[in-house]
Design a protein. Structure first.
Length: 471
């Protein structure tokens, strides 16, 4: 037996790491999008308030005269001072009023804020209608031109300026008393600061997620190791030892599966017990075979005993599936000869899985034996075939065939009595669904057609029984 290179533990570890990576990526993307959306709304509202305040505190008619004469007035100087103060108080990059050239060749600065940091570096306020073509590229002038025509509306956009750096801008046209546009009021925020905030938030979120998932994974790994991987490893080791002993068998007693001591009542323990039961059954079959082999005194007796072993069910001593197939072949010959007359009864024990799960496989075997005894009590020495684990078939011929309806009724009644007998153990109170049909020469071509019809009747009766019980 080969050793698995991809152990369950490694597979679970790889799956866990992949899940953690995918989770971090998804949550990071979602957090980044959520934070950016929130910041965009907040920044838009912040800049909109600033632009609105500048609009309400600026004398547009006076500013128009200053632009036309290129001479600052007292109100203009107050506007300049106000912008210089606001740019630091409101923590923004720039606050300014501009006029974009119609040909998009440049932008004229009407009045622009100068921060304390800029003044400390020796920078001064721009003069009225100052223009520097190095400040703006033609593509960067386009949004200003488009915003200029939107009277009464706010415009917002991102401006990737090589000179000032990337900015987020909100602007609105300033109109005079005649409704004519005087200048465009603009307020900028540094996009790099916004992006650093998003990145810092995402990184902190990812770190927290990784820490949480690491603690959770540590706990899950410990639980899986205790309740899954270690028990499965022990079960695998026991199975390997059993396989080796079975392959190199010297003594029949070596055919024993060493069940690990789990005692947890879970599926792994159930699997272990099932393997143990399988090994015991295998040992029993081998013992029966060896016993039959030893009892054979001649080649003829040996063949006879082996045939009997093959034709007899080891658990119930009913006829086996092999015997049923042989009898089916004989009936097929009778059908071909036109002298076949028989009925077939299909019997399916109900509730075997529940007995196995609750009371164990040994009592499940007793449940099967109890069902066989009920059938045998009704049909006597007529061959009873165990064709599957919980299914029997009886072929009725001759006198039994003529009394088939009475026997069928007795069989159903007997199963009902046994199932309701509370003096019996649970695994002795067997229940069964039955179905019977006879061979019709004009309709049936082989035994399997009769069998399938009996199966359909049995299945229908099983559904009726379960419906009556509320299963």
């Amino acid at each position: 037996m080969t050793t698995n290179k991809n152990s369950l533990k490694k597979s679970m570890l790889r799956t866990g790491i992949l899940f953690l990576v995918i989770l971090c990526v998804l949550i990071s993307a979602q957090n980044a999008w959520t934070l950016k959306t929130s910041l965009d709304r907040r920044n838009y509202s912040h800049l909109k308030d600033i632009v609105t305040y500048v609009e309400h505190t600026t004398d547009a008619d006076d500013l128009r005269e200053c632009i036309e004469t290129l001479t600052p007035s007292e109100k203009y100087n107050e506007l300049q001072q106000r912008l210089n103060t606001m740019v630091d108080d409101f923590n923004v990059r720039f606050i300014y009023l501009v006029i974009p050239a119609p040909d998009r060749s440049t932008i004229y600065s009407v009045c622009s804020s100068t921060s304390d940091a800029e003044r400390a570096r020796g920078e001064e306020d721009y003069p009225i209608m100052y223009a520097d073509e190095d400040f703006y590229s033609p593509d960067q002038i386009v949004p200003y031109v488009e915003a200029w025509s939107k009277v009464g509306e706010f415009s917002a956009y991102e401006s990737p300026s090589d000179y000032f750096g990337p900015c987020y801008t909100v602007c609105k046209p300033l109109v005079d008393s005649n409704g004519e546009i005087v200048a465009l009021i603009c307020a900028d925020l540094d996009l790099m600061t916004m992006r650093r905030s998003v990145n810092a938030y995402v990184f902190s979120s990812v770190g927290l997620i990784i820490l949480t998932m690491a603690l959770f994974s540590f706990g899950v790994a410990g639980w899986l190791k205790r309740f899954v991987t270690v028990p499965i490893s022990e079960l695998e080791r026991s199975a390997r030892e059993f396989a080796k002993k079975s392959h190199d068998r010297v003594d029949l007693e070596d055919l024993a599966f060493n069940t690990p001591n789990f005692f947890r009542g879970d599926e792994i323990q159930s699997l272990s017990e099932s393997i143990q039961q399988m090994s015991e059954d295998m040992k029993g079959y081998v013992e029966d075979f060896l016993s039959a082999e030893k009892r054979a005194e001649s080649a003829e007796e040996e063949v006879e005993d082996i045939t009997k072993f093959a034709n007899e069910d080891a658990l119930t001593h009913a006829k086996s599936k092999v015997a049923y197939d042989a009898r089916k072949a004989e009936l097929t010959e009778h059908i071909a000869a036109g002298n076949a007359q028989f009925a077939l009864v299909s019997i399916d024990l109900i509730g075997l899985k529940r007995i196995n799960d609750i009371h164990g496989l040994e009592n499940g075997n007793k449940y099967i034996i109890s069902g066989y005894e009920v059938i045998h009590a009704v049909f006597g020495d007529i061959p009873i075939y165990r064709v599957f684990g919980d299914q029997f078939v009886v072929i009725l011929e001759g006198d039994i065939y003529r009394n088939r309806d009475e026997l069928y009724a007795v069989l159903e009644e007997r199963f009902q009595q046994v199932q309701e007998d509370e003096k019996r153990e649970v695994w002795e109170r067997c229940s069964a669904a039955v179905g019977m049909t006879e061979f019709f020469p004009d309709a049936d071509q082989d035994v399997d057609q009769v069998y399938r019809r009996a199966e359909l009747i049995m299945t229908r009766n099983k559904r009726i029984m379960k419906k009556q019980r509320g299963d």
